[in-house]
Design a protein around this ligand. Structure first.
Ligand code: PLP
Length: 440
């Protein structure tokens, strides 16, 4: 149904670029959700961004609520980030040696998240989770990993089982090309179900290396951990000698200065053993990181036997962008993110209510999404019961009115500190018509 949704607005330049792209790139995109498959229509090829706005190849301007899927927390082309990138680039693009910027970025991460005693930089969130589970297996000498249905940890073979994000968008149960032997070492459990976790440990005592979870599930739409869920994971894992890996690729440095860790673990006095980061810490350039307990991190090469490396890891230009972004995230920035996300949430909630569209707004801190369904969503099965065709109609009406939402019902909405009253106004004006379109 979604694919038959024609674009109401013609975008000839994007259409031509998409035709060219499809000749040389599978599906015309370098990451599947960008292809608009679940909402239909022509993907917009963006040529520039400034503050809360993106401009496409046809010269149309959009208020952006995707933020490059998280990194652009200060808005597009932030002057401080650009200045840092220009300065770093002028001094050379890559040395393949240690360099000062990566030390400063690691220090900034360690300073903000006390449970991260040591950190290693990589170039994507995928690399971070892949390395973290290798390290957990190396540390414990155990084979199995527990993950949750609907949680996305990047396109690591073993973590693609019942993953969210693009895998949810396309309704793929798993990915072809991942062997049965690989998935046999991963136990996929329902999110927010501690009893299932207890049962898994009871069935395989001493064999589970780690539980990996999104600190807040946000790749099936935003599904907050039930009260005590994350703490319970730590308790159950630790009781069996396993590690808890908290994937904060999306939430890290976004939900607050210490990410979700600062909201639950630090306040409640427990801690994950390892963390993964990405997105915000690169400020729009490719940076990921994993870190945590010093005794676990000590197993990494060159100190220890767990190998991990990268030609561009700690790249000076990328780390400069990340550092400038983190330094822009003071208390005032978080207050602004909260205020903007609250305003957008309330506007969307009101418009959908007025149009009689069943929906649930779910959030943790400034990270939220809207499910087009009538029940609270606590896990992947519930997330998948939403009205994705209704979302597609809503998405296109917003797009035509100049608001760029995630082109999938299974993704979070991202605000930035650059979203001002004018940007919120564009969203406010677009919503009533889009809500009516969703009501159909
Ligand atoms: N983990 C989480 C929670 C994510 O949201 C993502 C990306 O969306 C990843 C890992 C993978 O990060 P990347 O796309 O940088 O490989």
């Amino acid at each position: 149904a979604a694919a038959s949704l024609a674009d109401a607005v013609t975008v000839p330049a994007s259409a031509e670029l998409f035709a060219r792209a499809r000749r040389v790139t599978p599906g015309g995109v370098n990451s599947p959700v960008r292809a608009f498959r679940s909402v239909g229509g022509t993907p917009r090829f963006m040529v520039s961004g400034s503050g809360p706005r993106l401009t496409d190849a046809d010269g149309r301007s959009y208020v952006d609520l995707v933020g490059s899927w998280g990194p652009m927390i200060l808005g597009h082309a932030h002057p401080d980030v650009l200045a840092a990138v220009h300065a770093a680039a002028s001094a050379g693009l890559s040395f393949g040696t240690p360099s000062p910027g990566e030390v400063a970025l690691a220090e900034e991460i360690v300073a903000r998240v006390p449970a991260v005693e040591q950190v290693r930089l990589v170039s994507s969130g995928t690399e971070a989770t892949m390395s973290a589970i290798r390290l957990a297996r190396g540390f414990t000498g155990r084979p199995l990993i527990v993950k949750f249905a609907g949680c996305y940890h990047g396109h690591v073979d073993s973590l693609l089982a019942a993953a969210g994000s693009g895998v949810a968008t396309f309704g793929l149960p798993d990915s072809a090309g991942v062997t049965a032997a690989t998935t046999a070492e991963v136990l996929v459990l329902p999110y927010n179900d501690l009893d299932a976790v207890r049962a898994a440990f009871a069935a395989a005592p001493g064999r589970i290396a780690a539980v990996i979870t999104e600190a807040v599930a946000a790749n099936m739409g935003v599904v907050p951990p039930a009260p005590g869920f994350n703490a319970g994971l730590a308790e159950v894992a630790h009781a069996d000698g396993a590690l808890l890996v908290s994937d904060e690729v999306m939430t890290g440095f976004r939900l607050g200065p210490a990410g979700m860790y600062g909201i639950d673990a630090a306040r409640e006095g427990w801690s994950p053993d390892l963390f993964t980061f990405g997105k915000v810490i690169g400020g729009g350039l490719p940076v990921g990181a994993f870190g945590g307990r010093a005794d676990v991190m000590a197993l990494l090469a060159p100190d220890g036997p767990v190998y991990q490396a990268g030609t561009l890891s700690g790249n000076p230009v990328a780390t400069a962008a990340g550092l400038a972004t983190l330094r822009g995230l003071d208390d005032a920035a978080y207050a602004r993110l909260d205020a903007t996300s609250t305003a957008v949430r309330i506007l969307a909630d009101d418009a959908l209510t007025a149009a009689g569209v069943p929906h649930r707004v779910q959030r943790v801190s400034n990270l939220f999404s809207i499910f087009f369904c009538d029940e609270p969503v606590q896990d992947y099965d519930a997330a998948r019961r939403q009205d994705t065709a209704g979302y597609a109609a809503f998405f296109h009406a917003m797009l035509d009115a100049g608001v760029y939402l995630p082109p999938s019902a299974f993704e979070a909405w991202f605000v930035s500190t650059a979203h001002d009253d004018k940007a919120v106004d564009v969203i406010a004006k677009a919503l009533p018509g889009a809500a009516r379109a969703a009501a159909r």
